[in-house]
Design a protein around this ligand. Sequence first.
Ligand SMILES: [Zn+2]
Length: 186
Amino acid sequence: MENKKILIGDYLGTIEEFVPGKGTYAEDGKIYASNMGKYLVDPENHVVSVDGKNPPVLERGQVVFGEVLDLRKNAAVVIARKLQGHPGEVDIKTGLFVSNMADSYVERPEDAFAIGDIVKGVVIKIESGLIDISTKGPMGVVKAFCRRCRCPLEKSDKGPDMLECPCCGNKEKRKIAEDYGNVSEL
Ligand SMILES: [Zn+2]
């Protein structure tokens, strides 16, 4: 884990292995990062810490912009890069469960999102360092790229959740935000 950039909520080890230091917290015997930054271990005292800047305090209702990093069985992992109303960039790991993706039923994450999509979401839950966001209502994908050729997709007139590739004509479905393609923060 040396030299790895740590994100908030990253698992760092157990309290049997380490003493939780600055920028970390322990819960149920496990140590997680409460800061983003550099992973540090004091080998003499077995203290693990994360050296970095203090992130802006995240609260419920905060609108975030982030990138879809991974699609799991019933959730997408979204790395929040920007907080609406705050200058500068952040790196905060958030979870987007299928039940929080759209107002209608979503069976699998890949039915609504693709890896690399930029999404606008709202923080709905913060618990044990895990942050849940929702993309219901006006939230959703604000920028997406063609799975075939990586061109930025444009809104399609084929349906409310359809995007179209101006380069190759490929059509793709997403949970699209009201202001798709029109977000000045990005
Ligand atoms: Zn394309």
